[in-house]
Each structure stands twice: as C-alpha cells, then as structure tokens.
Design a protein around this ligand. Structure first.
Ligand SMILES: CC(C)(COP(=O)(O)OP(=O)(O)OC[C@H]1O[C@@H](n2cnc3c(N)ncnc32)[C@H](O)[C@@H]1OP(=O)(O)O)[C@@H](O)C(=O)NCCC(=O)NCCS
Ligand SMILES: [Zn+2]
Length: 234
C-alpha cells in the first residue's frame, strides 16, 4: 500500500499525538504509599500522591496533582478536582464534592446525615451505610481553604476561595471569598484568591468598597458582603 505524502504526514502526526498521550513524565506519575488502601474503580489523575495508611474507597475520583495526606479516609463516590490538597487525618464522606485547588487541612471532618442513627428503632438491625434520602450533599467550591480540624455540616456549600478558620463548625453555606470562623462559623470579612485578608466587614448591612490586595494586587468590588472579582487572573 502506498500513501501520499499528505496521508503519511497525517498518520505520523496522529502517531505522535498518541505517543504523547501515553507517555507520562516521571514527575507526573501517580504515587501510592504501600500502606495506603485504594479500592477498585478509583481514578487518580497524573501527579497525584496518596500517603501512608490513607484509604480511598471505590468509585471515587481525584484529578491531577492532588495530595491525600496520611491516615485520611475518602468514602466511595466522592468527586475531587485537580490540585486539591488533603492533609493528614481528614474524613471525607459520600455526597461530598470538592472542586479544583481546594485545601483541606488536617483533621477536617465532613458529615452527610443530619439526624443519624446506627440501628432501627428496636435496635435489632443495623441501618445500611449506603446513601438514601437522608444523605445530604456538601460542595467545596474552587480555591477554598478549610482550616485544621474543621467540622463541616451538610446540605451546604463552601464558596469559591472562601477561607474557613481552624476549628470551625460550619452549619450554613459560606459565600465566595468570605473569611469565616468559629462555632458556629460566621463570616467576618473577605479574603483574596491568594489568601490575604481584604477587609473586615463593618457592622452595617449596607456598604460598598473597592479593594485591592496588598499581597498580589488583585482587585475586588465588595457590596453588602457580596464579593465580586474585578481582575481575576488568566
Ligand atoms: C481564621 C484566621 C485566618 C484568622 O486569622 P487573622 O485574620 O490573622 O485573625 P486574628 O489572629 O487577627 O484574630 C482575630 C480574632 O479572631 C479570633 N480568631 C482567629 N482565628 C479564629 C478561629 N479559627 N476560631 C475562632 N476565633 C478565631 C482571634 O482570637 C481574635 O479574636 P479577638 O478579636 O477576640 O482577639 C486564622 O486564625 C486561621 O484559623 N487560619 C487557618 C490556620 C490553619 O488551619 N492552617 C492549616 C494549615 S497549617
Ligand atoms: Zn491577593
């Protein structure tokens, strides 16, 4: 079979593309510590590392360049984006979704059942742990940080680039770019994409300010606690 120069060039370029896709550079290899348990049908993107004694249950997916810290547990069916950092001793349950670039600090615990019981009313049968109508979702949106040892309630959302202080108990959704902490967590101000505080909210319902980050220069419009980006990167 003879090929025209055009067909030959086309086939060569397809071969090159296939080869590129099949070669993962050593720095992008998936690393799994020998003591970690990664169940069937778990998808780990290139460059993702799973540290000692972590346990990732079946049908969970993590994107590229993620870190799962030692002794952390991720339940089945959890969707995790790219470049997510999960420190040690985190507990991430079913019905949690974590978007790109999220930081989950050590000891953070998610929940998905508001009024949980172990067994039926006569205590003769154990309830199944499979999701049912009482399983409530939680979404952590891109770029957000959860400080060390947070407890995250369910049926809520942590907003984009929000920053939740260490030891907080989150019982309600936290808006984008808010700095929140405490038990229960309350919004006290706004933070930049880079994590630098932008302002403390005044004690009035209505206010409007233009602010720029002292650390990275990104600018924002803040009106009545709603933070809007003026100059998002990229
Ligand atoms: C929430 C946080 C970002 C606030 O930092 P900050 O703006 O510098 O706050 P300050 O230290 O000035 O504290 C302001 C007030 O809030 C209180 N406060 C700060 N963090 C708090 C928290 N997590 N929970 C409850 N109160 C907190 C302080 O005690 C202080 O109270 P006061 O005004 O009565 O004295 C920071 O304390 C925090 O929790 N960071 C996360 C750290 C972490 O978990 N890292 C994990 C990876 S190492
Ligand atoms: Zn900044």
């Amino acid at each position: 079979m003879s090929l025209s120069p055009l067909e030959l060039a086309h086939r060569l370029s397809r071969l090159e593309a296939d080869l590129d896709a099949s070669l993962v550079s050593p720095s992008k290899a998936v690393k799994i510590h020998p003591t970690a348990v990664v169940e069937d049908n778990v998808s780990l993107g290139p460059g993702t590392s799973v540290w000692d004694n972590a346990h990732i249950r079946h049908d969970t997916s993590l994107g590229e360049d993620c870190i799962v810290g030692g002794k952390s547990y991720i339940a089945y069916g959890v969707q995790i984006g790219n470049r997510v950092k999960i420190n040690a001793f985190a507990y991430i349950c079913n019905a949690v979704t974590i978007e790109d670039g999220v930081m989950i600090s050590a000891g953070t615990i998610f929940t998905n059942d508001r009024f949980p019981r172990a067994a039926t009313t006569d205590l003769k049968s154990l309830y199944s742990s499979d999701p049912d109508e009482h399983t409530l979702p939680t979404r952590v949106r891109e770029g957000a940080t959860l400080g060390a040892h947070c407890t995250i309630g369910n049926d809520l959302e942590i907003g984009r680039f929000a920053m939740v202080g260490m030891g907080s108990v989150v019982t309600k959704s936290i808006p984008d770019f808010h700095l929140a902490y405490g038990v229960p967590a309350r919004s006290v101000g706004a933070v930049c994409r880079c994590g630098e505080p932008l302002m403390r909210f005044p004690d009035v319902a209505q206010f409007e300010e233009a602010v720029s980050c002292d650390r990275c220069g990104l600018t924002y419009h803040i009106k009545d606690r709603v933070v809007t980006e003026w100059t998002p990167p990229g």
